[in-house]
Design a protein around this ligand. Structure first.
Ligand code: ZN
Length: 125
C-alpha cells in the first residue's frame, strides 16, 4: 500500500445527486427543469425535451415512502409531546412546517434519484 500525495479519489459515483435534487437539474442537459412544483416533476425538460414523465414511470411506490415518513414524524411528534408537554399551538407551529419541509425534501430527493437511475438505465446499450 503506497501513500500518494493526494487523497484517494475513488468516490466518483454520483457526487452531484444532492445538488441535482436541490436544484432540480435535468439528468441530460443539467438545466433546472426537473421540477415544475416543490415536489412535482415536470413532464419533460423544457430545455432539451427529455421525457421525464416516461422516466418517472414505475416510481409509484414514492407514495409509500411519503406515508412512512409522515408516520415517523407523527410518532416523533407524539414522543416530544410526552416529553416536553408543549401547548398544542406550539406543537402545531413547530411540526407543521417540519413535516411539510421533510416530505417535500424527501420526495424531491427520492424522485431525483429515481429519474437519474432510470436515465442511466436508458443510456445502457
Ligand atoms: Zn434537459
Amino acid at each position: 500500500m503506497t501513500a500518494g500525495p493526494a487523497g484517494p479519489e475513488e468516490n466518483k459515483g454520483q457526487p452531484g445527486l444532492v445538488s441535482a435534487a436541490l436544484s432540480g437539474l435535468c439528468p441530460r442537459c443539467g438545466a433546472r427543469t426537473l421540477f415544475e412544483g416543490p415536489a412535482q416533476l415536470a413532464d419533460e425538460c423544457s430545455a432539451c425535451g427529455l421525457d421525464i414523465l416516461a422516466l418517472e414511470r414505475g416510481g409509484r411506490f414514492v407514495g409509500v415512502v411519503t406515508m412512512l415518513l409522515a408516520l415517523a414524524l407523527i410518532l416523533a411528534a407524539l414522543g416530544v409531546d410526552e416529553w416536553l408537554r408543549p401547548p398544542l399551538w406550539a406543537s402545531f407551529l413547530f411540526w407543521a412546517p417540519v413535516t411539510i419541509a421533510s416530505v417535500i425534501g424527501t420526495l424531491r430527493f427520492y424522485k431525483t434519484m429515481w429519474v437519474y437511475h432510470q436515465y442511466e438505465e436508458s443510456q445502457q446499450p
